[in-house]
Ligand binder design. Structure first.
Ligand code: FES
Length: 64
C-alpha cells in the first residue's frame, strides 16, 4: 500500500528501511523522502515506523 503518494513510498519500503537500521522519522525522510512534499503522510509514516520498530525489537528479543 502507498503511504506517501507524493514520493511513491509504500509500507513495504518503510518496513525494509527499518529492517536495514532506520530508527527515526528524520532518517526515514532522508532515506525515502517520505513526508517531505505535502506532509500529509507524516503521521501515518510515523505510526508505521513505530509499529515496525516495536515488531523488530520483539523479534530480536524472541531470538535471544
Ligand atoms: S503524501 Fe507524502 S509528502 Fe505528500
Amino acid at each position: 500500500m502507498y503511504v506517501c503518494i507524493c514520493n511513491e513510498v509504500t509500507d513495504k519500503a518503510i518496513k525494509h528501511a527499518t529492517d536495514s537500521g532506520i530508527s527515526s522519522m528524520k532518517d526515514l525522510q532522508n532515506s525515502l523522502n517520505v513526508g517531505t512534499s505535502c506532509g500529509r503522510c507524516s503521521s501515518c509514516a510515523k505510526k508505521l515506523l513505530k509499529e515496525y520498530l516495536s515488531s523488530t525489537v520483539t523479534m530480536e528479543l524472541n531470538a535471544i
